[in-house]
Design a binder for this molecule. Sequence first.
Ligand SMILES: Cc1ncc(COP(=O)(O)O)c(C=O)c1O
Length: 447
Amino acid sequence: MNLWKLITSNKKTLFTTPTHGQKSLFFKELSEFYKRDLSEIEGFDNLSDPKGVIRKAQFKASEIYNSAQTFFLTQGSTTGILAIMKAVIRPLDKILIARNCHKSVYSGAVITNAEVSWFMPDTKSEISKEFGVYGEISPSELENQLKLNDYRAFIMTNPTYEGVCSDIEEIARICKQYNTYLIVDEAHGSLFNFSESFPKSAIESGADFSVNSLHKNAGALNQCALLHMSKSCKGISVDDLQKSLNLFHTTSPSYPLLAVIEENINFLNSKEGLKSIDDLVLDIINFKKYFKDTRVKFLDSKMQDITKLFIKIEGMSGNRLSEILYEKYGIEDELNNDFGALFLLGVGTTKSKLDKLKVALIRILEEKIEENYIPKAKFQPPPLVKMAPCAAFYGKETFVNRENSELMISSKSIIPYPPGFGILYSGEAIQEWHMEYLDENTGVIKL
Ligand SMILES: Cc1ncc(COP(=O)(O)O)c(C=O)c1O
């Protein structure tokens, strides 16, 4: 019995939560969803202590992902990141975080009371110069930093939003050498296990833990995600991780979402699913081929996740490209910068959708809009950390005039979204370049 069969077979009269009686009171369109919205009734197992149908589904997923344990998450990768960090990091442990990590990693540092050092990803390679995005995590620079301190964990994102991947095998080897847990936020890499056209998954490459947001590009509903723990992870058990997860996960997980997670994994691992991924990859390769030798350029890092199309048109700013696509062609990108615009593809991206983008780009090229725009890459300098995230969280706030705030400790975080990583976190000193992002009266921590 799988989760979907179970929730569609219920015939009992329920005096349990939810009391809506599987009927939609508000939106007719959600009637089918309501019909399946049950909770932990007899035979339905329990996500916090799985022994039945959920345990079986998670076990099967663990086999597919070659993990010690794969956990289903109905509140996104965010819960997975928090749970991993709480299981691994003890109060006042030193941890190293890549600066382009999602804000949930900072939240994890607050919750664990860790002392944070930041690792700056590469900004000197061609792709950074050409596209204004962060590059790889350099294994040798990482090793230099790991030598300096006894770091309990290193946390990084792979792939980045723009699809840039790092050499996780080498990074995992170095982390093991320094007894540092490697936690990889693979939220955007949910398809890595299912095609040779992608870089190897973090777990297959030797990371201790990873998360996947199935909802981002694998075909699942929002909030469906996975947490993987590696078979080679030492010192932390599957039970430790379940205990940690139970601190964060709701006690009322959505059964429709759980069923979607189970079915999504089965689909990705099926002949049909694997073929749909291969077809998608082929469509993308052909899409890119079409624009060879034109002004349309694609971000192509050494180990690129091909499903992230970061496109620029030479001579035109990315913001302008984004604007034209939106206003003239009804196409919305995920994000854009001075250089280009990012288009996220995945399970469900049809060839006709890609064709629409192709035609729009061809028209834009034909229009010969000459802007001669030359963008300049801007990256944040290393942060000046003055207080640990947890101490800053409880710090008393006072307000000063923005002009007087330089080198004071910010009480607020500034996190542009997307991509969702901070340019200033609470507890860091305000630097001159932050001024344009601050309110006139800005919050600082009273010491
Ligand atoms: C790199 C990265 N990690 C983690 C997350 C959080 O994932 P979720 O929305 O599944 O909680 C996001 C969301 O945008 C993300 O971009």
